[in-house]
Design a protein around this ligand. Structure first.
Ligand SMILES: [Zn+2]
Length: 298
């Protein structure tokens, strides 16, 4: 019996075949497997950049093997879209020989929350705990503030952060010539935006700043957008993500003005979005999003 037939979600294992989304710009697609992100491998003339590692040492080692097959003898850089375990907890597989680059907010957030998130994710079932087994959190070799341009030889990758949005240190990677943008969880496809709003333990998510960051990304005018999860698309993914957040905010404000409690607001808005997007995954995040805006706007 397959894992799907047994009713369990598939194990969070990176196993997609690399796919070229622009010349020498590869992704390992998530295959819509929960807790597997889209992973990028950008190959330049002298160096290659890996964007996200998957979760745990074995996924990280697999991603490194794929990256080395694509990059040959080139120097390897690794960076993360943000600190969340499924995006970055495979970085240890790159500690030997690759250059790991984080922005400062991301590093500080990893130091604050890395272990608590490891423990929390360890409670998400055996298949998740198995992948996290043996995880160690590694510090980067290079830390930057705000922006850095990584020279890969014949091409440059822009690493950019605008600080707090989906997490404290979200980072995008943009290739200005090919106009390819890796967004991490700032953008998903056919999936409700993930609001990791768990006060008092973690409330480092800001819906208003998130909308502003998406507006910045739209100004980059990408032609290819690689979301954190889901199929690759174009700039329309940015607009869809922004419009969802704007609507979530507006509906929450209406509920507050009508005197609704946060629980009632969350229930009503969840019903509305389920009707609007019956095919989107992970509707449980709608309520967390409402609670996040409610806390800010009430
Ligand atoms: Zn995330």
């Amino acid at each position: 019996m397959s894992e799907v037939q047994s009713g369990q979600p598939p194990a969070p294992v990176v196993r997609g075949e690399p796919r070229e989304v622009a010349p020498d710009v590869w992704i390992i697609p998530d295959g819509r497997v929960p807790l597997v992100p889209n992973i990028g491998v950008i190959v330049g003339e002298s160096a290659a950049l890996v964007v996200d590692t998957g979760m745990g040492p074995r996924n990280g080692a697999h991603v490194r093997r794929v990256a080395e097959e694509l990059a040959g003898e080139r120097r390897l850089f690794v960076t993360l879209t943000h600190f969340h375990p499924e995006h970055g907890y495979g970085a240890q597989a790159f500690a030997d020989g690759a250059t790991i680059v984080y922005n400062r907010d991301q590093l500080l957030e990893l130091r604050d929350k890395g272990k608590p998130y490891l423990e929390m994710f360890g409670t998400f079932g055996d298949s998740v705990a198995d992948q996290l087994d043996g995880t160690t959190l590694v510090d980067p070799d290079v830390v930057y503030d705000g922006a850095v341009d990584l020279n890969l030889g014949d091409r440059t990758a822009w690493l950019r952060t605008w600080g707090l949005a989906h997490t404290r240190g979200d980072q995008v990677v943009f290739l200005p010539e090919e106009r390819v943008l890796f967004t991490g969880d700032l953008v998903e496809r056919d999936m409700f935006a993930i609001f990791p709003f768990f006060p008092p333990d973690d409330a480092d998510v800001d819906g208003d700043r998130w909308i502003a960051v998406l507006e910045q990304l739209e100004r980059l005018e990408p032609s290819v957008v690689v979301p954190g999860h889901g199929e690759v698309g174009d700039a329309g993914l940015l607009a869809t993500a922004r419009e969802y957040l704007q609507k979530l905010r507006a509906l929450t404000l209406l509920e507050i003005e009508a005197g609704a409690t946060v629980d009632d607001a969350a229930a009503a808005i969840e019903r509305e979005f389920l009707a609007l997007h019956p095919d989107w995954a992970q509707p449980e995040w709608i309520g967390f999003g409402v609670r996040c805006y409610y806390a800010k706007l009430a």
